[in-house]
Write a protein that binds this ligand. Structure first.
Ligand SMILES: Cc1cc2nc3c(=O)[nH]c(=O)nc-3n(C[C@H](O)[C@H](O)[C@H](O)COP(=O)(O)OP(=O)(O)OC[C@H]3O[C@@H](n4cnc5c(N)ncnc54)[C@H](O)[C@@H]3O)c2cc1C
Ligand SMILES: NC(=O)c1ccc[n+]([C@@H]2O[C@H](COP(=O)([O-])OP(=O)(O)OC[C@H]3O[C@@H](n4cnc5c(N)ncnc54)[C@H](O)[C@@H]3O)[C@@H](O)[C@H]2O)c1
Length: 500
């Protein structure tokens, strides 16, 4: 099947399962000339900048408004990119300390140069954010640096970073203002002792004791960074499990692996209060179900209990854009809000808060505006936790399949039986494939391994084309590769694996 036809098929079928709130709202068409834009995008994150570039590529006159002074949004400036830079640097330090000797590479000593590590992270961020400015120029996207607020559904007033004000007009306006950290009642984030992910990406000293509130993606990734660099890390989680959305069997192995890396977990535990006392922070905790209170001391507390949509100062009330109780902008299958000509994408609408999902939203949204078909299948958005090992997944967990009452089979393959993983002595982890029993159609794939975030895409592609586990198993995989573990797990789903 040609790619175009897959997109059309998906546009007509899968999108109908999204957050349908409004029936069709047609875009206002194209700008005829002068200073009016076809598309104005508020927010220059992965949703906004990608939408702006795609719109310009489709021949639409486009302006992107961004308040932070650099493009790339949360992801490039204070999210995905700096966190992955620190995860990589801290992993190298950890490997040098714990693994190099067994590979015959010896040092007399190894030490952390934190300012150099932070400088490497900042260099990566600066290069990438400047790169997007270059892409804007190349694609002729007009870039306005400043804070945008609606004057009307087709006019945005921008307080520019230079201190002036300008009005930007557009036939279609896309809100891509992203999300912000969710604070907790009675707690003030000072980004020094009580930090959000932004502060945790820029600590100037390695904390002796770090307490992380929330065992989600941010808590585990940033907890891993500082644990590798020497902090004693305790993660306090309200739910009974870490990353509650993960497949249960994989999550158990993942938690054991993090515990081996000396991260401590206090599950089913609620933070009652957090108080700064001199140079340290005191946390009062209580079992989630209620009971006796305990205390915990920390040098730094990371608040990573989720993120909330960011629409502050945008003037949504003024133009009547409807939001849900969580503050997320409600859109239809074309990303149109209830106000004609006003759209929303990315973290500010319901759905997974992920950069790649925001990008897909952005492309599909402008394709719809340009009168084409777009498609985003939220059921097939992969998720990756970039710890070591990484955990990546796509589709349904075993718990979800069970709850749906579907008859299913599970095929598993451990990396301990994978030749490449053994050759490089990095064999922790597993591949788990879940397929429908009657049809063998793959319903979910869950991978824990050092490079799970790369391996998962074979499964994402397969599932986008409705593949069976046998389709993957009968596809020739190069040897020796870690991808062969997915082939073997697929074999184990409908038949028997060879190497186990
Ligand atoms: C520490 C951390 C690590 C992460 N790691 C990953 C990861 O590895 N992979 C992944 O997929 N996701 C990751 N995420 C999530 C990812 O960053 C978000 O899902 C993604 O950035 C959302 O993109 P967006 O374009 O919707 O919003 P954002 O990236 O938040 O961008 C919105 C932009 O709009 C601007 N803005 C807001 N209001 C206005 C206004 N009124 N006028 C002008 N500009 C405005 C903001 O300044 C911001 O730059 C991470 C997040 C964090 C915090
Ligand atoms: N690798 C990635 O893709 C990546 C990395 C970082 C962030 N992100 C995105 O950023 C968003 C925010 O990440 P996050 O880790 O802050 O949120 P999250 O939703 O992933 O996890 C928050 C965790 O905090 C727990 N929690 C909530 N309130 C609590 C409380 N009062 N006490 C103790 N625990 C509490 C929740 O049960 C949950 O497990 C996520 O939606 C995620 O998709 C993605």
């Amino acid at each position: 099947m040609a790619i175009g036809s897959l997109a059309r098929r998906k546009a007509s079928t899968i999108l109908s399962s999204r957050y349908l709130k409004y029936s069709f709202s047609l875009s206002r068409g194209y700008a005829s000339g002068s200073d009016e834009n076809d598309v104005v995008v508020i927010g220059g994150g992965p949703g906004g900048y990608v939408a702006a570039i795609k719109a310009a590529q489709l021949g639409l006159k486009t302006t992107c408004i961004e308040k932070r002074g650099t493009l790339g949004g949360t992801c490039l400036n204070v999210g995905c990119i700096p966190s992955k830079a620190l995860l990589h640097s801290s992993h190298m330090y950890h490997e040098a300390q714990h693994s190099f000797a067994s590979h015959g590479v010896k040092f007399s000593s190894v030490e952390v140069d934190l300012p150099a590590m932070m400088a490497q992270k900042d260099k990566a961020v600066a290069g990438l954010t400047r790169g997007i400015e270059g892409l804007f120029k190349k694609n002729k996207v007009n870039y306005v640096k400043g804070y945008g607020k609606f004057l009307s559904p087709s006019e945005v007033s921008v307080d520019t970073v230079e201190g002036g004000n300008t009005i930007v007009k557009g036939k279609n306006i896309i809100i891509a203002t992203g999300s912000d950290v969710k604070s907790l009642p009675g707690l003030t984030i000072d980004e020094k002792r009580i930090v959000s992910s932004t502060g945790a990406l820029a600590l100037t000293e390695i904390p002796k004791k770090l307490v992380v509130i929330g065992a989600g993606y941010i808590g585990l990734e940033m907890g891993s960074v500082w644990a590798r660099l020497g902090s004693e890390v305790t993660v306090v989680e309200f739910a009974s499990d870490i990353v509650p959305t993960m497949d249960g069997e994989v999550r158990k192995q993942f938690q054991r692996s993090l515990e081996k890396q000396k991260m401590k977990f206090m599950l089913k535990t609620k933070v009652v209060s957090v108080d700064t006392v001199g140079d340290s922070v005191k946390l009062t905790l209580e079992p989630a179900a209620g009971g006796e209170q305990t205390t915990l001391e920390a040098d730094v507390v990371l608040v990573s209990a989720g993120r909330v949509p960011f629409t502050s100062g945008l003037g949504l009330d003024k133009i009547g854009v409807e939001t849900d109780k969580a503050g997320r902008i409600l859109v239809n299958e074309r990303f149109a809000s209830n106000v004609p000509g006003v759209y929303a994408i990315g973290d500010v609408i319901p759905g997974p808060m992920l950069a790649h999902k925001a990008e897909e939203d952005g492309v599909a949204c402008v394709e719809f505006i340009a009168g084409k078909e777009g498609h985003v299948d939220y059921d097939l958005v992969p998720g990756v936790c970039y710890t070591h090992p990484e955990v990546a997944s796509v589709g349904k967990t075993e718990e979800q399949v069970k709850a749906l009452g579907v008859d299913y089979r599970v095929g598993k393959f451990p990396f301990l039986a994978n030749s490449r993983a053994k050759a490089i002595d990095d064999a922790e982890g597993i591949v788990k494939v879940i397929a429908e029993k009657g049809t063998d159609k793959i319903l979910g794939v869950h991978i824990m391994s050092s490079n799970a975030g790369e391996l998962i895409h074979e499964a994402v592609l397969a599932m986008n084309y409705g593949a069976s586990s046998e389709d993957i198993a009968r596809t020739c995989h190069a040897h020796p590769t870690m991808s062969e573990a997915l082939k073997e797990a697929a074999m184990a789903t409908y038949d028997k694996p060879i190497h186990m």
